[in-house]
Design a protein around this ligand. Structure first.
Ligand code: DNO
Length: 347
């Protein structure tokens, strides 16, 4: 496994110099943020990120994310242009040495929480999703914004896109995903870039919008749409793990044995009735058994990328929700410890 860390670019308070000092840190996970969703990334911007990363002693291997334009998910005629742009991004990133591109196929909203600063008993704060809060949320008022969300929506454009989704069933979304994959995976193969879909977070429909990348049955279906190692997963333990029906230890075993996990987001979550709280990474704080997850990866010879996912805010840190330095660094150290133990046991 190669340890990696998400970096939001030059205005991220968590600098590359800090990231580099986390033990065993190899790769940076980042993106070009100055281009609207759907457009082609300039080679200058890609090269700039690569230079900054490599000058800091880290490798430029993983992109999270190249976002998929809404017209592709909606299957509109204009998708043709956006898919061509997407292919061009894959080619350009491949040329720059990128090995994995993470993306998602969630309509309109990326990951969703109902509160970003829920105080835990130890005084740290965490991201949570409570059913009684989601019921009261109205996306049209746009009060909530999370790192990675497309911030370009106005109330009017959001209203229009919601109207368009009223006509889209889950099966339509599947058909649009299939069309997209059949177009882009051959390009990814040629560019030698592994495409890695992120699961829907949370893995159920929200605000009446369909979500399909949610469970084992649907991951099986997704991987079969184009049966190529280049059509793979960003396996996110926290996204899938909030649904009690997802057996994360088993799924990690199955998909890593198939060679279809290229990138992992590792975090722990505590399942509540209809909701969840994010917790510290260590198994005892949440519902996931991190040791069993890592054991299965190790057993299957996993050599892809892992990043510690969201952290709590601790030690008075302020920053992007979920993406501070301290708790994510503790997560990396914890994962490193388990991995080293597995390596030594093997010898
Ligand atoms: C949240 C992230 C997601 C992820 C995208 C991938 O913290 O895991 O925003 O980057 O869904 O496209």
């Amino acid at each position: 496994m190669k340890m990696s860390f998400r970096w939001y670019g030059e205005d991220d308070p968590v600098t590359l110099e800090k990231i580099r000092q986390i033990p065993n840190m190899e790769a940076v996970v980042t993106a070009v943020y100055d281009v609207p969703v759907g457009e082609v990334w300039s080679e200058t911007s890609i090269q700039h990120l690569k230079t900054l990363t490599e000058d800091a002693g880290l490798s430029f291997d993983v992109i999270e994310s190249v976002p998929v334009h809404e017209d592709i998910k909606l299957g509109k005629p204009s998708r043709k242009r956006y898919i061509e742009n997407y292919k061009e991004n894959i080619r350009r990133l491949g040329k720059a040495g990128i090995k994995v591109i993470c993306y998602n196929f969630m309509p309109v909203f990326d990951w969703t929480r109902t509160q970003l600063d829920r105080e835990l008993p130890d005084g740290s704060t965490a991201l949570v999703y409570y059913p009684e809060q989601i019921e009261k949320m109205d996306p049209m008022t746009g009060e909530l914004s999370l790192p990675g969300w497309d911030a370009s929506y106005t109330k009017e454009t959001l209203r229009v896109v919601f109207e368009e989704y009223k006509k889209i069933t889950e099966e339509d979304l599947w058909a649009n995903l299939e069309y997209f994959l059949k177009e882009i995976i051959p390009v990814a193969e040629e560019a030698n870039v592994k495409m890695a879909i992120h699961q829907d977070d949370p893995p159920w429909n929200i605000f009446g919008l369909p979500r399909i990348i949610t469970c084992e049955k649907n991951l099986d279906r997704m991987l079969k749409l184009v049966d190529s190692p280049y059509n793979g997963l960003t396996f996110c333990t926290g996204s899938l793990g909030v649904s009690p029906e997802n057996d994360i230890v088993h799924m990690v075993d199955k998909y890593s044995a198939m060679g279809r996990i290229h990138f992992l987001h590792l975090r722990n979550v505590k399942i509540l009735d209809g909701g969840f709280e994010e917790t510290a990474h260590m198994s005892r704080y949440g519902s996931l058994d991190m040791v069993e997850i890592l054991k299965n990866l190790y057993k299957n010879g996993f050599d892809g990328y892992i990043r510690p996912d969201h952290g709590r805010m601790i030690w008075g840190e302020a920053g992007r929700p979920g993406y501070g330095l301290y708790d994510r660094a503790l997560g990396a150290a914890y994962i490193n410890g388990i991995w080293e133990t597995l390596q030594k046991e093997r010898r």
